[in-house]
Design a protein around this ligand. Sequence first.
Ligand code: FES
Ligand code: FES
Length: 156
Amino acid sequence: MTTIRFKLNGAEMSIDADPDQTLLSALRETQGLRGTHFGCGAGECGACCVLVGDHAVTSCDTPLWSAADKEITTIEGLGTAERPHPLQRAFIAEQAMQCGYCVPGILISAAALLRQNPSPTETEVRAALDRNLCRCAAQNRMVRAVLRAASELAAS
Ligand code: FES
Ligand code: FES
């Protein structure tokens, strides 16, 4: 066991845990943040994406130790039911999901994109979401939703 300190969804965090476990495991099992999903477990599907700083990272193949002193944001930290993030509002408005399993990871990748590039083109949105798989084939609606959120943010 090692004490790992980092910022999680805006709050300073200190946990005693196996530093070699995955960040995904620590978030889901230790912190009870079940919104970050397990898909492939191999860094291939994007279901487990979280923000590390302003970058979307697959937490299933990221060791907990590497999160030390970083700022981690999970889907729970992006917005709430009462105060949804513009991306979450846009996904609802565009009905950009079916089963929803991939959506937390896709929202995180989209949030990373908008932090780095607030006015992306459709091509840039598609590139940013390229490594997030959606088996329900809702990608076109998701791209529309991200562009809608970007427009909303630009107008605010
Ligand atoms: S579960 Fe992490 S990329 Fe698929
Ligand atoms: S909405 Fe079902 S996997 Fe994407």
